[in-house]
Design a binder for this molecule. Structure first.
Ligand SMILES: [Zn+2]
Length: 143
């Protein structure tokens, strides 16, 4: 049984080509970090005003760009193996945001991922509005 406390030190340290935190311990490289940072800035610029890059470490350096808080009603765009995908909508506790389909589709153009997210969300909102309309019409006498 290990007596080592859970390491929460996520501050990365540079040691030659390595740029990795004690909590990660994955031997992440500074090149991965600079590449993720550069790609995030480039993607944020491609999407326009309001998009913010976010870079993090967890057994490698990763990035996303966000418009608002992706887990509280915003959207984030991620680069996958075959293109860009999204997370969008509110997330219950630590779950996946409501209108997210991360394994659904990836798009060559990140703007297509945003367009697809909006179409999926609009369909879902329309279905939910239909339910609200139905219940409102059936229960108007005690609402
Ligand atoms: Zn690391």
């Amino acid at each position: 049984m290990s007596t080592k406390p859970y390491c929460r030190d996520w501050k990365p340290r540079r040691n030659r080509g390595i740029y990795c935190s004690p909590a990660c311990g994955g031997g992440c490289t500074h090149r991965e970090f600079t590449d993720a940072t550069r790609r995030a800035a480039k993607l944020a610029a491609r999407l326009g005003d309001g998009w913010k890059p976010r870079v993090w470490e967890n057994l490698g350096w990763h990035y996303t760009v966000e418009l608002g808080d992706a887990k509280r009603g915003g959207i984030s765009i991620h680069e996958g193996a075959n293109g860009y995908w999204y997370l969008m909508g509110d997330a219950p506790s630590c779950g996946i945001p409501a209108w997210s389909h991360p394994t659904d589709r990836e798009f060559r153009d990140p703007k297509d991922a945003v367009r697809y997210a909006l179409r999926r969300a609009a369909k879902d909102v329309a279905r939910q509005q239909a339910t609200v309309d139905l219940v409102t019409a059936g229960c108007w006498h005690f609402l």
